[in-house]
Design a protein around this ligand. Structure first.
Ligand code: DON
Length: 333
């Protein structure tokens, strides 16, 4: 039998509907591939914003890249556009480092030693540290993220990186590499992050050597991922800590809930409230142009598009995820 376009769509609907009871009630929710394709075509032509340029290597990335991927909790992968194009994970790494810091230290240590409140300020804000008496920030802004690295097991830079990169690889279900040009570019220009780490040290809110932990943080931000990798990585959060592809538990479901809570309050920095109001999904952005969002129990979605708004969040990725979440009726609120 020759399958027509519509037969294929119908089959997709039936297969997905059977496999995913949470999305089973409404057939249009099941046509995920069509929704991704529609998002791709709807936003492909408009590409506002600017690449990040405070890390020189990011300014050179082709701004026309646009890739979308979605992974369901039963392990199906959907994609559209430039989903195999590597780019630097940047701040999206912070949620995976936070996850490891939680698994190694327990969730209360994150509350006590870093903090979990939104700052309402830019991701690299020094004012946020100065304004808050406890010097508490949260693990998704630079200060808390570099401090989270300082909480990780590992007696030196090599040991820390080895544990952290192995952890990322488990989420991606493959070995990820580092974009050495991005690492070098960021290392050459990260005086601001160094100042943040020194400031935290002066307030006893940093838990190791500045050089070592800054180097590991900068390396984690330079990890090369594709939109598909990011959707696969985030699918562990969607599936309550069990990897949908390997079926292995990577983290406790309690810790997943906490990661999702911080993503909701701080994942898009000072725009997190507006994002929660508009889209209603825990999400995390990176200045490399990626954004992940999680629909707990259902799916993860990742979009890559390098041009950013003034808060450092990819504009087209926000638009595409907003569209996809709306089509899938995924707002958790
Ligand atoms: O530390 C930095 O500034 C970058 N490596 C990461 C910042 C970032 O991705 C903010 N996200 N939207």
């Amino acid at each position: 039998m020759k399958l027509t376009h519509y037969t294929i769509i119908l089959l997709q609907v039936v297969v997905f509907t059977c496999a995913s009871p949470a999305l089973a009630k409404s057939p249009q929710k099941a046509a995920i591939q069509i929704i991704l394709d529609n998002a791709y075509h709807k936003f492909k032509k408009q590409n506002p914003g600017e690449n990040a340029d405070y890390i020189p290597a990011l300014a050179k990335v082709d701004p026309t890249y646009f890739g979308l991927a979605l992974v369901t909790t039963d392990g199906k992968i959907y994609s559209a556009g430039d989903v195999s194009q590597p780019f630097s994970i940047q701040s999206i790494s912070k949620v995976f480092t936070l996850s490891l810091a939680m698994e190694q230290n327990g969730p209360q240590v994150i509350v006590d030693k870093i903090g979990v409140n939104a700052t309402g300020l830019a991701f690299n804000s020094v004012t946020a540290i100065e304004q808050n008496k406890a010097r508490s920030v949260n693990p998704l802004v630079n200060a808390g993220a570099i401090a989270a690295v300082s909480l990780l097991d590992g007696k030196n830079e090599k040991a820390k990186w080895s544990g952290l990169s192995a952890w990322y690889n488990k989420f991606a279900n493959r070995k990820l590499n580092v974009l050495e040009d991005v690492y070098q570019s960021e290392t050459d220009t990260n005086g601001h992050n160094r100042a943040i780490a020194e400031l935290l040290t002066s307030y006893d809110r940093f838990y190791g050597d500045v050089d070592t932990n800054l180097a590991v943080y900068t390396r984690q931000c330079s990890v090369a991922v594709t939109a598909k990798d990011l959707a696969v990585m985030a699918s562990v959060f969607a599936n309550n800590g069990i990897h949908p592809l390997t079926k292995k538990r990577l983290m406790s479901s309690d810790n997943v809930s906490r990661v999702l809570a911080v993503m909701t309050t701080a994942g898009l920095y000072e725009n997190s409230g507006q994002w929660a109001y508009q889209v209603g999904l825990p999400a995390k952005s990176g200045v490399g142009g990626g954004i992940i969002a999680v629909s707990p129990g259902q799916f993860s979605v990742a979009v890559f598009s390098p041009r950013l708004d003034s808060a450092g969040n990819s504009i087209r990725a926000q638009q595409a995820i907003d569209f996809i979440a709306e089509q899938l009726n995924a707002n958790i609120f």
